[in-house]
Design a protein around this ligand. Structure first.
Ligand SMILES: Cc1cc2nc3c(=O)[nH]c(=O)nc-3n(C[C@H](O)[C@H](O)[C@H](O)COP(=O)(O)OP(=O)(O)OC[C@H]3O[C@@H](n4cnc5c(N)ncnc54)[C@H](O)[C@@H]3O)c2cc1C
Ligand SMILES: NC(=O)c1ccc[n+]([C@@H]2O[C@H](COP(=O)([O-])OP(=O)(O)OC[C@H]3O[C@@H](n4cnc5c(N)ncnc54)[C@H](OP(=O)(O)O)[C@@H]3O)[C@@H](O)[C@H]2O)c1
Length: 322
């Protein structure tokens, strides 16, 4: 199996302006158009939609989406730890990965698992925040996409990492409300115990074909599962897996100060320039030639023909996290 993981420090945001994009792909016959529509509800995981689709050539728009079920995926562990008997991990590291002037805070955190939560790239874990709700009952778990590869950020298969956005909003009464679990997590100090459940989910597992073209579309913390895939592809050595296909990441964020894991991704690009493409859509700083806001679909439209050629191949997979 895996031998060594190249250490890559969690990257902090850079102030430099970058290019960058969320989309659904529906090419027509004559012109290749990338429509600015939200992805279809194909594989659904409660509030976060995970869409994994293979391209199909069609003369009609929108293109048909073929569901690829992972329900019978073998050897993938799910629900080892349930809410009644969760696993207690320790927070080993918690770092803010957005700059101070970013609209909103996102944190990268690593928890010890001692290998007891045997997750795969593309799965999620549950977190049960400490404390009780307004009815005096323990808080319910919240799901978070795993942001580390199965080897984990320390390369020893004994940790799991998350990428969490602190939820803060103003309610109808004008009060500032803080999301329970995201604030619990973003405020965690290293050394604190955390109740974890799972792993869960088989719908978003990392594609196995090392020669595939994998187009990844994510906004904000939707980057989490892609970071997990990309670490396995470009930062690790595995006896039974060497990525030799093309990974193309489109990441959409509001400002360059909220770009997530930028340095890591750039390092991957340096290591594997022929196998990794990286495009950012910075919605509040960039526009296209028509002056439209730069969303991931806007950025993708700039590569419409290239993307369309890739999508016609049998081994191209387009994955969107919403
Ligand atoms: C499969 C899956 C994977 C996920 N992965 C991640 C991840 O990787 N990273 C991540 O950060 N999150 C992720 N989430 C979201 C995460 O589970 C939580 O929903 C999120 O952190 C908020 O939880 P909370 O406890 O902080 O908020 P809560 O205390 O649960 O509050 C959330 C509630 O607040 C209300 N609310 C929220 N915003 C507003 C608003 N603007 N106006 C009015 N009301 C509002 C809504 O009723 C909402 O349900 C994922 C969710 C799923 C289902
Ligand atoms: N279920 C949950 O509770 C939960 C929690 C966290 C994240 N998520 C999901 O994960 C994703 C990232 O959230 P985040 O808060 O981490 O992201 P974020 O940092 O706020 O970034 C989201 C980016 O997507 C852009 N965007 C908004 N509408 C879009 C559209 N229609 N098409 C394309 N891009 C669009 C935003 O642009 P502008 O803001 O400039 O318009 C912004 O650049 C979201 O889809 C969110 O729903 C879900």
């Amino acid at each position: 199996m895996a031998s060594a993981a190249v250490t890559a420090a969690v990257s902090l945001p850079s102030s430099s302006k970058l290019s960058s994009s969320r989309a659904s792909i529906s090419p027509s016959t004559e012109t290749v158009a990338l429509r600015a529509v939200r992805p279809r509800r194909s594989h659904v995981l409660t509030s976060r939609r995970l869409v994994s689709t293979r391209a199909q050539v069609t003369t009609e728009t929108p293109a048909k989406v073929e569901k690829v079920s992972k329900k019978n995926e073998e050897g993938v562990v799910t629900n080892k730890y349930k809410p009644k008997v969760p696993y207690t991990g320790k927070c080993l590291l918690n770092t803010k990965i957005t700059a101070d002037d970013a609209p909103g805070e996102t944190w990268h955190m690593v928890f010890s698992t001692e290998g007891e939560i045997p997750y795969r790239e593309g799965q999620s874990v549950g977190v049960i925040p400490d404390g009780i709700d307004k009815n005096g009952k323990p808080h319910k778990l919240r799901l978070y996409s795993i942001a580390s590869s199965a080897l984990g950020d320390f390369g020893d298969s004994k940790t799991v990492s998350l990428c969490v956005k602190r939820l803060v909003y103003t309610n109808d009464q004008g009060e500032i409300v803080k999301g329970v679990c995201s604030n619990f997590l973003c405020d965690l100090k290293p050394g604190t115990d955390v109740k974890l459940t799972g792993p869960v989910g088989k719908e978003m597992l990392m594609p196995k074909d090392p020669n595939a073209t994998i187009i990844m579309l994510g906004t904000g913390t939707g980057i989490a599962p892609f970071r997990s895939f990309l670490w396995k592809m470009f930062f690790e050595k595995h006896e039974d897996y060497k990525f030799n296909g093309l990974a193309w990441l489109f990441l959409g964020v509001p400002t360059s100060s909220s770009l997530l894991y930028k340095e890591e991704f750039e390092k991957m690009k340096e290591k594997a320039p022929d196998n990794f493409r990286l495009d950012f859509a910075v919605s509040r700083e960039q526009t296209n030639e028509k002056g439209e806001k730069m969303y991931i679909q806007t950025r993708m439209a700039q590569y419409a023909e290239e993307l369309w050629e890739l999508l016609k191949k049998d081994n191209t997979l387009c994955i969107c996290v919403d």
